[in-house]
Write a protein that binds this ligand. Structure first.
Ligand code: TYM
Length: 330
């Protein structure tokens, strides 16, 4: 069976971009692949976190993976910090990554600009830890939103470099970017991607938003001054983003949507988009509330899946340690 790895940061509350760009696709792959989905809490501390909050958010995220439809018997759902091989492989790969490569990472540049008071080494080597995540599980596919493409490219470069020296150690992973929802934009500044760390709460629809909030945020979404529901990322970024969201939520194509709303005003269109998102999120929210009450069940998943992840990760790690010349364990 081929394998899949992906992960999300446990910072902030997930927004619909995380769901439509990644999580929703994960749910569709569980039968065909051996899947590993990680809560990347080690990546989260590249930005200062409140410890109690981080713990709470990590657990909520893990619960949300299941609430969104990932079957924990078929998918290995676990915390990155529970599998020390992530850190160990990351160190080794640091020694096979050039500073020049890391200097080119746009996410680092963006984050460094945003957190200029704390440009730490972890933020800089973040993509190497991500490469370790993916390569540990010999992943064939990595389902992500399009903003992670550059990180996938550096992962492939590191893996190819390592394989070039030591033979076929790592599977070279491919990104899996969905046709719809790969890049959901901010509702307030539709030329910027929707992000869970956006300070303007009206810019994002969070997975925890109630129906009234969702409808209100869509009503306030920034659009344009003409009156035509037509897809054009360049001329009409706001309307195009709403078409993307509606399409991803309902499975309808752009052409179908343009036809459906031909001659209809922005107000009604926004309401329809809002309602489609409400019905998409409702079952997830209900399941999340239910699961959150069942402490023993979630604890069981955390324990079992960490064991499984450790088993697979250590297999790759031992192989790598041997290749680079670390002494054998006696
Ligand atoms: P993170 O936590 O920022 O985002 C999680 C996933 O959501 C996608 N995403 C979006 N998709 C569409 N539109 C948006 N506006 C949007 N915003 C976010 C992201 O592309 C991602 O798939 N570095 C990663 C976490 C990570 C990882 C990994 C991912 C760590 N190790 C290994 C894959 C494999 C990140 O910060 O994602």
């Amino acid at each position: 069976k081929k394998s899949i790895f992906s992960g999300m940061q446990a910072t902030g509350t997930l927004q619909i971009g995380n769901y439509l760009g990644a999580l929703k696709n994960w749910v569709q792959l569980e039968d065909e692949y051996e899947c590993f989905y990680c809560v990347v809490d080690m990546h989260s501390i590249t930005v200062r976190q409140d410890p109690a909050e981080l713990r709470k958010k990590a657990r909520a995220l893990l619960t949300l993976y299941i609430a969104a439809g990932l079957n924990p018997d078929k998918n290995c759902i676990y915390y990155q910090s529970h599998v020390s091989a992530h850190a160990e492989l990351s160190w080794i790969l640091n020694c096979y990554t050039y500073m020049g490569e890391l200097n080119r990472m746009t996410q680092f540049k963006d984050k460094a600009a945003k957190h200029s008071e704390n440009i730490n080494a972890g933020l800089y080597t973040y993509p190497v830890l991500m490469a370790a995540d993916i390569l540990l599980f010999q992943s064939d596919l990595v389902p992500v939103g399009s903003d992670q493409k550059q990180h996938l490219e550096i992962t492939r470069d590191i893996a190819e470099r390592f394989n070039g020296i030591y033979g076929d150690v790592f599977t070279i992973p491919e990104p899996y970017i969905g046709k719809t929802g790969a890049r959901i934009m901010s509702l307030q500044e539709p030329t910027k991607k929707m992000s869970k760390s956006d300070e303007n709460v009206n810019a994002s629809i969070y997975l925890t938003d109630d129906p009234d909030t969702i409808i209100r945020k869509f009503k306030r979404a920034v659009t344009d001054s003409d009156n035509e529901i037509r897809y054009s990322r360049e001329d009409k970024p706001g309307i195009s983003n709403l078409i993307d969201i509606y399409g991803a939520a309902t499975g309808k194509s752009v052409a179908e949507i343009e036809k459906e709303f031909n001659g209809i005003g922005y107000g009604d269109f926004k309401l329809a988009v809002g309602e489609s998102v409400v019905s998409m999120l409702k079952p997830i929210q209900d399941r999340f509330d239910e699961l959150s009450k069942d402490k023993a069940y979630i604890d069981g998943i955390i324990k079992q899946n960490a064991e499984k992840a450790n088993y697979y990760a250590n297999k790759t790690l031992r192989k790598v340690q041997k290749k680079v010349g670390f002494p054998e364990r006696i």
